[in-house]
Design a binder for this molecule. Structure first.
Ligand code: ZN
Length: 55
């Protein structure tokens, strides 16, 4: 399935059977954690890895 990168807004390909907590690295350099919520899933930035995006 395809999720949206919260950093750059582009699509991120993840396996259809991806599980919550899986960590994926996107082409833009962001390290993202998969959060599965029922039948939907989203990505969120993994804290402490990237600098300069936030605050
Ligand atoms: Zn990205």
């Amino acid at each position: 399935m395809r999720l949206t990168c919260p950093i750059c807004g582009l699509e991120v390909d993840v396996p259809d059977d991806v599980i919550s907590g899986e960590v994926v690295e996107h082409d833009c350099g962001a390290v993202l954690e998969v959060v599965v919520d029922g039948s939907s899933a989203l990505l969120r930035p993994l804290d402490g890895v990237q600098e300069d995006w936030g605050e």
